[in-house]
Structures are given as structure tokens and as C-alpha cells.
Design a protein. Structure first.
Ligand code: ZN
Length: 286
């Protein structure tokens, strides 16, 4: 099952068509995309029985009208240094337990957006994002998948100068500017993937001259702490709440790891793709 937020209404998605959930369910489920995670199991059971492509009320849609699929998460968790090669390019040792920070929830945005550059050292981080369904505390690793609603694509945009300010540095402010947590285009349930632990992930920058540069190109099978492990470990400290987002870390190829360092510029476009989910796009302005 794929769900999305189309012009602030919850929809089921199949290829190039969407089906309005409130209409198709006869009002059983509300149109509010943020409300569905509280009733995730009931909704998932209903949605699994709906043939979107063959439904008389399914309609073509404009992908630029998609908004954040979990638009009002109460918690947005970021995980740092979760790909071994990325830790190496950052010049930092591999952590023994997850390195955790927050992106404040007001930074969450949709999949196709314009982003104002608040500084000259804004960097990209392509990330697989876990969307929490039932959630809970003290979740055993064996039960983690059942507490997840699905996966979406995210960018953990980071103003590096602000991120590394202070001693010790506190990451959260540099990662929480307006639109610094774009997500989408849809949430895909884990049963849709052939192998949900092995998804190709990439980021491409299109310059003002139109030239494309593939800057990140990896697979989620390189995660140091995998999906089930992360959910379980985090839940032993934080109660994971329906609709929460977990940014799982970025593979190598970020701008601060390049020589010379390279950051996002006015007029550039960033496209992030994860196999089986789709693409998100940001256009940057000074
Ligand atoms: Zn990150």
C-alpha cells in the first residue's frame, strides 16, 4: 500500500492515480493525513483490500500538489554516522550506539519545494525515513516492523556552520531551518518491497547550467544500525508516537566530505531517489 498527502487530503496511490480515502471509505477514515497513524492497523487492513488502479473513483493527479505524507509528526529523530563510509568521510569513528539528534518538527516539508538558503554552507543528506505507525516503548527488535507504517524519502538538509557551532556542537538548530526536512512523495508499506533492507539510494544535483552530478549513490544494506535495530534501540529511551519520523542517516558523498568542500548554491536543484519509493526535489534560492 502507498499513501500520500494530496492538497492536504489523505489518498491511496497506484502508479499515476490516487483515490481519496475519506470518499472511498464512506467517511470511516478522515481526510486528515496526520490523523491516520493513530488508527494505523485498522486503516492498513482496510487499505490492503482496496484495488486503487481498478477503482471507479481513482483519478489522475498532479505530483506537484503532494505535501508531506506525515505532515505533523510530534517527533523527528535524526541518526548520524549510520553508514560506515560516511563516518569515514566526516573523519569520525563508527559509533557503538546510534548518534541521535532532532530536526524540529516545523522543518518538515513536502516532496517538491523551494528552499531558501540561510547560509553559504548548506549541505545535502539523502536518507531513508521510517514513518512510525503504532509505535510504543521498549519495542523488541522482532516486533519493530509491525510498529512501522512504512518508508518515505527524506533529505536531512544541514547548515554546516551552524551545525558545528559551539563546544560541544549541538546539531539540531543547523538542521531545522524552514523546509530543511523535505519528505515524500508517498509512504510505502514494507510488504511492497522485495527486500526492504536493500534499497538503492541516490542524490543528484542539477547545476544552474543544467549539468547533473550524481553525488550520492549507495544502498540501505550499508546501514550500521538497521531499521529494526534502530526502532528497538530508540524506543528504549523515547516513546515512538504514531506519525513520528526517523531519518536513518546518510551514505557517503555529502558536500562537507569533498575536497574542496562543496555546498548548495542559488539556482541549483537537488533530486533524491530511493528504489521502490520515488523521488523528492528541492530548488534552492539565495
Ligand atoms: Zn542526516
Amino acid at each position: 500500500m502507498r499513501i500520500a498527502n494530496l492538497s492536504h487530503r489523505l489518498v491511496l496511490v497506484s502508479d499515476d492515480r490516487t483515490l481519496d480515502v475519506e470518499t472511498a471509505s464512506g467517511g470511516r477514515f478522515s481526510a486528515d493525513p496526520a490523523a491516520i497513524f493513530e488508527r494505523w492497523e485498522e486503516f492498513r487492513a482496510w487499505g490492503a483490500g482496496v484495488d486503487v488502479a481498478g477503482h471507479a473513483e481513482a483519478v489522475a493527479f498532479d505530483p506537484t500538489q503532494l505535501e508531506a505524507p506525515s505532515p505533523r509528526p510530534r517527533q523527528v529523530v535524526g541518526v548520524g554516522l549510520n553508514y560506515a563510509d560516511h563516518a569515514a568521510e566526516a573523519g569520525l569513528p563508527l559509533p557503538e550506539s546510534p548518534v541521535v539528534f532532532t530536526k524540529f518538527a516545523s522543518s518538515v516539508a513536502g516532496p517538491d519545494i523551494d528552499v531558501h538558503l540561510p547560509g553559504e554552507t548548506v549541505d545535502w543528506e539523502a536518507e531513508l525515513v521510517i514513518v512510525i505507525g503504532a509505535g510504543g516503548r521498549d519495542i523488541p527488535r522482532s516486533d519493530a516492523a509491525a510498529r512501522i507504517a512504512g518508508f518515505t524519502v527524506g533529505q536531512d538538509l544541514s547548515e554546516r556552520t551552524v551545525q558545528w557551532q559551539g563546544t560541544p556542537a549541538q546539531f539540531s538548530m543547523g538542521k531545522s531551518y524552514e523546509n530543511f526536512a523535505p519528505t515524500g512523495p508517498s509512504i510505502v508499506t514494507l510488504d511492497e518491497f522485495d527486500d526492504s533492507d536493500r534499497l538503492a539510494i541516490s542524490a543528484t544535483i542539477t547545476g544552474v547550467d543544467g549539468v547533473e552530478a550524481r553525488v550520492q549513490d549507495s544502498s540501505t544494506d550499508q546501514l550500521v544500525f538497521g531499521i529494526d535495530d534502530l526502532v528497538s534501540r530508540l524506543s528504549h529511551t523515547i516513546e515512538l508516537l504514531p506519525g513520528d519520523l526517523i531519518f536513518t542517516g546518510t551514505p557517503p558523498g555529502v558536500g562537507m566530505g569533498m575536497n574542496p568542500k562543496r555546498y548548495l548554491q542559488d539556482g541549483e536543484t537537488l533530486t533524491t531517489v530511493i528504489e521502490g519509493i520515488g523521488a523528492i526535489v528541492q530548488r534552492f534560492h539565495a
